[in-house]
Design a protein around this ligand. Structure first.
Ligand code: B12
Length: 212
């Protein structure tokens, strides 16, 4: 049985070997409650963030943390995402907004959307509003998912919504935002249609939009 508290602490302490061992054993045991494993890793990442703020960890530690988290998620991805068979659930654009290069959360949510049947056009990180608007126009895609972990990402998200208005496309597209600083209030301020923290809510919202 996976001890999620131990996993969280191993993540926070950057014990790569222990984290991988726990993840591999977790999958060997059937990978049940993969969402809990994700949550434990995320909580570990929050502790890492706090230690960085206090000056106990440095940028090199954040980089290493990112590598461990990505590796860990690669192992449990099959258990996190329930594969849907059949036709495409819809097409969408996903990216991390301008000024922000954090992409671990984006990649997790993207993998789960793909498993749920979405065709996700991933524009990567640090993506300027104009590029998102142009891609949506060219590819005729009307569901846009924006990720951001830095506080400044909220401004970039707002600028992206504005860019869609300027291009006279705002009423034709749906925008969902997510990431650590995103909240109900931020969503209102930014003018997005929805916000989510959990990948499952993201899937539900996008499925609803795609079905209209
Ligand atoms: C790993 C990490 C890095 C790595 C990122 C590697 C990578 N490939 O992503 C690296 C080393 C690159 C990095 C760099 C920096 N970082 Co950093 N980083 C982190 C850390 C420790 C973890 C982030 C993470 O991956 N979390 C785990 C994932 C799974 O969680 P998540 O992103 O929240 O995603 C979940 C949800 O939010 C949601 N979600 C995510 N996206 C979306 C999108 C949609 C549409 C939806 C619906 C849902 C959704 O689903 C995910 C799964 O549940 C955080 C600490 C923290 N508390 O988050 C700091 C943190 C984000 N970093 C911080 C800082 C300051 C920096 C740097 C400025 C450091 C520096 N001096 O250079 C740079 C900025 C570079 C830039 N321009 O972006 C600060 C941000 C402070 C702020 N308020 O703005 C934090 C909070 C640390 C701290 N406490 O000080 N960082």
């Amino acid at each position: 049985m996976m001890n999620f508290e131990e996993l969280k602490n191993a993540m926070a302490d950057l014990e790569e070997e222990s984290v991988m061992k726990m993840m591999n054993e977790f999958m060997k045991d059937g990978g049940k409650d993969a969402g809990e494993a994700l949550k434990a890793c995320q909580e570990g990442m929050e502790i890492i963030g706090d230690r960085f703020e206090k000056g106990d960890y440095f940028v090199g530690d954040l980089i290493f943390a990112g590598e461990i988290m990505t590796e860990a998620m690669d192992i449990i991805k099959p258990a996190l995402a329930v594969k849907s068979a059949g036709k495409s659930a819809g097409r969408m654009i996903f990216c991390t907004v301008k000024g922000d290069i954090h992409d671990i959360g984006k990649n997790i949510v993207k993998a789960m959307l793909e498993a749920a049947g979405f065709e996700v056009l991933d524009l990567g990180v640090d993506v300027p509003p104009e590029k998102i608007v142009q891609t949506a126009k060219k590819q005729n895609i009307n569901i846009i998912a924006l990720s951001g972990v830095l506080t400044l990402a909220l401004d970039s998200m707002k600028n992206t919504v504005e860019a869609f208005k300027v291009a006279d496309m705002r009423d034709k597209i749906k925008i969902i935002i997510g990431g650590n600083p995103v909240s109900e209030d931020a969503c209102k301020l930014i003018g997005a249609d929805e916000w989510a923290y959990s990948p499952q809510k993201t899937i539900n919202v996008c499925k609803e939009w795609a079905s209209v």
